[in-house]
Design a protein around this ligand. Structure first.
Ligand code: GTS
Length: 218
């Protein structure tokens, strides 16, 4: 299997952390797509993923699966022992809901802020920017942090009692927020405590080590 991604991207982090959780990293060949050079917007890459985003999973038979949630669901189902996307119907429903909420209310909002209200990936990639919209999404992301803080006051993980894809998605939001210097409000103590706890997970440490190794050589 191949993953087309960029080594330190927040969305790619979602799949890399999921792979580490599943002990599957050694089964993957990573194909580097340089976001900063705009490689994800070339006709060759758009043929791989119409949306022009990373990551994309390519199976050995050529099947292409984009979208972090879909990729994680596929990987989690591979070993007949789903640990990230839920086992019971209610777990599956709650994890899917909270993953989507983490995207809409936090991670995607930080991403829009980055692409619209900061230089983003540079003028050769950011062909249209709307700073007012970007700044509104920054405020939405901060409201999202407060929402997850409130949730984590009541339960240890984003979707309830166990670690899941929803935690990985909020974690990606925190990774992106840190890259764009969007601080977690001081009073979000539960979110900060959860974030510190997430840093202790071997999967997150493995992801950090991959990032520390830097951009792949061509
Ligand atoms: N909904 C998609 C998913 O969940 O996979 C979003 C993917 C996405 O936005 N990926 C980022 C991207 O390709 C990668 S990164 O910014 O996290 O590294 N962004 C490039 C762009 O131009 O939007």
């Amino acid at each position: 299997m191949k993953i087309h991604d960029w080594f330190d991207g927040p969305y790619p982090a979602r799949v890399r952390i999921a792979l580490a959780e599943k002990n599957m990293l050694s089964r993957i060949e990573f194909v580097s797509v340089d976001l900063w050079a705009g490689e994800h917007k070339t006709p060759e890459f758009l043929a791989i993923n119409y949306s022009g985003t990373l990551p994309v999973l390519e199976l050995n038979d050529g099947t292409l699966i984009a979208e972090c949630t879909a990729i994680t669901q596929y990987l989690d189902a591979l070993d007949d022992s789903p640990t990230l996307t839920g086992q019971t119907p209610v777990e599956k429903g709650l994890i899917h809901m909270m993953t989507k909420r983490a995207e809409i209310e936090f991670l995607d909002a930080v991403s829009v802020y980055f692409h619209h209200a900061t230089p983003g990936l540079g003028p050769h990639v950011e062909l249209y920017q709307n700073a007012e919209w970007g700044n509104r999404m920054r405020d939405k992301a901060i409201r999202g942090m407060r929402y997850f803080d409130g949730l984590l006051k009541r339960q240890p993980f984003v979707a309830g009692g166990t670690f899941s894809m929803a935690d990985i998605t909020v974690l990606a939001g925190m990774i992106f927020a840190s890259l764009v210097k969007l601080d977690v409000p001081d009073d979000c103590e539960a979110l900060r405590e959860w974030h510190a706890r997430m840093q202790q997970r071997p999967s997150v440490q493995e992801w950090r080590a991959m990032v520390a190794r830097g951009a792949p050589q061509r």
